[in-house]
Design a protein around this ligand. Structure first.
Ligand SMILES: Cc1cc2nc3c(=O)[nH]c(=O)nc-3n(C[C@H](O)[C@H](O)[C@H](O)COP(=O)(O)OP(=O)(O)OC[C@H]3O[C@@H](n4cnc5c(N)ncnc54)[C@H](O)[C@@H]3O)c2cc1C
Length: 357
């Protein structure tokens, strides 16, 4: 079986590279192309694509692109028109795209325009009995679906963190880009890009690309050995750790629910941080749980965390029952203070090393 595969990507916010999720998806698309002895074409969208195209030139694939100021920012009308034009130029059987927020909005619409079918949140692609097979999770990550389709073109939106990113093995190359002109009708420009509003770096505690998931549980807001709560200290320890380590912040349901119950809370913790059965199931190589009991409805959210460690005063907590690789029976206030000291010392040493000239 030889498949005509189109990998789609948009240029990232720097305007010069592809997002990490796109490089992971390119890794998956290149694997499928190799397994099926298929043809891989790269389709790019952005204000200016040459730099991003050069970064993937070593993949040895044909590169087609739609570029210009109209395609600098996400907008349904322009993105759908661009992807449709690329699909019409390439006439692929399989279209593989990263499930970024920009592409998640348009992929189904483009599939419809191409009379194809679409599946999203794909976590893996492989050949099973000679047929391309996609997998995704349903019902809060409890059921894994195995999907094969006769329909062509078949559009597949891949989740991030599911495949190793494609990396250049050869010397940097200059890409030959075939640019497809796309004229947008006036009504496509009714929606204009106004600007980006982002919370400041401290408020942005959910970091999908972080190597570590740091989970805070309700223990942080409970009375400690001295019979008192220590919320300001807890806030400082957690925020310092997030700043020093770059970790992503997760919370247990008990902790995030306290916000709604008008209790004294950690100000930066919201329901968006909740990990578990009724929360999220993030993907990170490592996880560190603190002051969280490790009950099943919480731990099911750790399905995609490879190496798990927990800090709890209770040697019989849920983590001790095979749910963590390592359980430190210790006071998380002391452990995190010591960790922050070590991270600060490490940062100081790195700052002190003179730059090599
Ligand atoms: C239908 C349903 C869905 C649910 N969905 C979710 C979900 O999505 N996510 C989720 O998290 N929960 C969920 N839950 C709730 C879940 O069952 C637990 O109640 C919740 O995870 C408990 O949170 P916790 O471990 O932070 O709090 P607690 O159970 O109160 O545990 C606090 C822990 O902190 C420890 N501790 C206290 N002080 C310290 C200290 N100084 N150092 C170290 N450790 C300390 C204590 O020993 C204790 O183990 C769900 C429940 C139901 C019924």
């Amino acid at each position: 079986m030889s498949l005509n595969i189109l990998f789609l990507a948009h240029v990232d916010e720097s305007g010069a590279a592809l997002p990490k999720a796109a490089l992971e998806t390119l890794g998956a698309a290149a694997d499928v192309a190799a397994q099926t002895s298929g043809t891989l074409t790269i389709g790019l969208v952005g204000e200016s694509v040459p730099k991003a195209a050069n970064s993937v030139a070593a993949a040895g694939a044909r590169i087609v692109a739609v570029e210009g100021p109209d395609f600098a920012y996400p907008r349904y009308a322009s993105d759908a028109a661009a992807l449709e034009a690329i699909c019409k130029a390439v006439t692929p059987e399989i279209v593989i795209a990263p499930g970024t927020s920009r592409f998640s909005r348009v992929l189904a619409g483009v599939a419809q325009r191409m009379s194809g079918q679409v599946d999203t949140h794909i976590t893996s692609l492989e050949l099973v009995s000679g047929a391309l097979t996609a997998k995704r999770w349903f019902y809060r990550q409890r059921l894994e679906a195995v999907i094969q389709r006769e329909a062509r073109p078949w559009f597949l939106g891949m989740d991030s963190g599911c495949h190793a990113a494609w990396i250049t093995t050869g010397t940097p190359a200059t890409a030959k880009v075939e640019t497809i002109p796309v004229q947008l009708p006036a009504e496509a420009k009714r929606t204009a890009f106004a600007g980006v509003r982002v919370p400041n770096a401290d408020a942005q505690t959910i970091r999908p690309d972080a190597k570590l998931l740091f989970v805070a549980g309700a223990g942080w807001s409970k009375k400690q050995a001295d019979g008192k709560t220590h919320l300001p200290e807890a806030e400082k320890l957690i925020l310092d750790f997030l700043r020093n380590s770059g970790a992503s912040l997760g919370g247990s349901k008990s902790l995030v629910d306290q916000t709604g119950e008008n209790q004294a809370v950690l100000g930066f913790m919201t329901h968006l941080n909740q990990v578990g059965q009724t929360g999220s199931t993030p993907r990170h190589p490592k996880g560190l749980s603190t002051c969280c009991h490790g009950e099943e409805p919480h731990v099911v959210g750790w399905r995609f965390i490879h190496e798990r460690r927990a800090v709890n005063l209770d040697p019989n907590c849920g983590w001790a029952r095979g749910k963590a690789d390592v359980l430190y029976v210790a006071d998380a206030f002391q452990v995190m203070a010591a960790l922050n000291r070590m991270l600060a010392e490490k940062a100081q040493k790195e700052d002190a090393v003179p730059a090599r000239g």
